[in-house]
Write a protein that binds this ligand. Sequence first.
Ligand code: COA
Ligand code: AMP
Length: 630
Amino acid sequence: MGYQEVYDGWKQDPEAFWMQAAQAIDWVKAPTKALFDDNAPLYEWFCDSKVNTCYNAVDRHVEAGRGEQIAIIHDSPITGTKHEITYGELQTRVSLLAGALRAKGIEKGDRVIIYMPMVPEALEAMLACARLGAIHSVVFGGFAANELAVRIDDATPKAIIAASCGLEPGRVIHYKPLLDGAIELATHKPEFCVIFQREQEVAKLEDGRDYDWHGFQAGVAPAECVAVEGDHPAYILYTSGTTGAPKGVVRPTAGHLVAMNWTMKNIYNVDPGDVFWAASDVGWVVGHSYICYAPLIHGNTTIVFEGKPVGTPDAGTFWRVISEHNVRSFFTAPTAFRAIKREDPKGELIKDYDISCLRALYLAGERADPDTIEWAQRVMGVPVYDHWWQTETGYTIVGNPTGIEALPVKIGSPTVPMPGYDVQILDDAGHPMAANELGAIAIKLPLPPGTLPTLWNAEDRYKKSYLNTFPGYYETGDAGMIDDDGYLYIMARTDDVINVAGHRLSTGGMEEVLAAHPDVAECAVIGVSDQLKGQLPVGFLCLNSGAGRDNAEVVKEVIQLVREKIGPVAAFKLAIVVDRLPKTRSGKILRATMVSIADGKDYKMPATIDDPAILDEIKTALQSIGYAGG
Ligand code: COA
Ligand code: AMP
């Protein structure tokens, strides 16, 4: 069956499609039906089933006689170490860790925050939570203590599992002081913390609160898998929205299992036993879905890579990992390839490696620019597939289903909707638009299994953020168009979210930090185009009159403030002091116009602008930092 037949088959009978896909999962109690729509427009999938995620990701492979197969390869060019963990070993490690957590009182439904770098123990912590039916929330290591504190207060975890440190090229990230600072800042206090001591840094443990990862497992009984209801939350993953308060995306257990498993063959075209590599971080959705869950559920070997595309030690690292570990399908963000292309434009370093094992490269997380796609195709000699998805969905909305049928690639388009997704382009009034017309990208409800049923503790925000604008649809926050062949093109975000090196960030969140500086009267943050990272944030500051401060000093202070409050991942390094901001007569800051000026693009003078002369001032300010043709 080709793509069109599969897609049409899903559309005709979604229930049958997903019940069929559900057969690949080992249920404690099989679902009697797929969709539960009694509470529409809130939908749930496979609610009447009972199942355990860890069993499906680990135990069942051991029981099927594949205990000797490698489950996880840890490759860390930063520490110069590599090691492998079989499915059998993984089962022992995870069941002991789960046993130790259970002995300290962790039960089904308890939240556990995980704050760890790219080590296999991060996956083991996730799986141990899943084994007990505890709900994990992994926080990316590049966030500052304040962001961790916000997540602690929202998820109210009983425990936090952290590593003593993370490792960035040339610097140790001291996780423990960040963790202690976050707990201090948060109103909610966890009952206990488990610290995985890395040899690069042994952190000081607080008596009575902190337990050593190995020590607290001594003598405990291993835990069995706890069956949970199909709609039980598997995890919460926070992502950026319009404001500084992150949104807690809830991932439902059964739909997640079914969808993750389905994508591995149909989208990434791997069979159980094949090596699959997603070069991302466990703190992001790509890491949840494609470093941890999907490859393990499907019985693949996954790679936990602690390194960067360049500088660890050079731009040939990706080629080394692919050839050494026999990677079949490889997934990363376009930024990584832009970084490699910049260091090694001719792709000389690939000549040292045999990457004939590789069948395809998959890119997602941000716009894949044609130059990068063409360069990767040429240098690697494999097809390059762009695909589009979001933290909210957890897997591909629009992609090229290479395991079903590799469709012709149109560079600039992530290709076509996957079964489960009825993607439409809507005008402002919510009417479907004609082919090739630009509008808001929306998905007809219900969203498929595994996608977010709601936001953690924030059902109203869920409805407001995603469901209210276009009744009957999920609003993606992206704008684009669909061509005559049904191929989608993503053009821009419709909100204040920007994408920096594949990391989703809120300019609203950064503005909240800038506005808190005592000398800042008013501010705006926009995302300007950047050759390497796709976008970079730039701050505009209007200072309080009479502050008498040196502009450069204030700029330095706000840059430091964003690093302290949000974290280095925000990559906030550019700010300029201006006299005033361009606004509409009703006082709305014209951020989109400022972005066009920065990027040197044509723009229409907004009809409602208060004073057009301000735009020239903005242009001059941007030129002073090398943008707007400066
Ligand atoms: N813990 C602590 N700090 C981190 C971190 C982590 N896990 N990840 C990144 N940081 C820090 C970096 O050290 C850097 O700090 P600096 O300002 O002191 O230099 C800052 O956050 C920005 O990091 P990053 O965006 O990674 O930029 P970079 O300049 O270090 O590297 C790339 C540029 C392109 C090599 C890098 O962004 C990259 O590998 N991107 C791949 C994209 C990706 O995996 N995206 C995930 C979504 S699919
Ligand atoms: P995240 O939730 O971090 O995965 O970010 C999701 C957002 O990243 C999407 O809403 C898009 O704005 C952007 N994005 C992800 N993948 C792509 C892609 N293939 N092409 C263009 N934009 C993308």
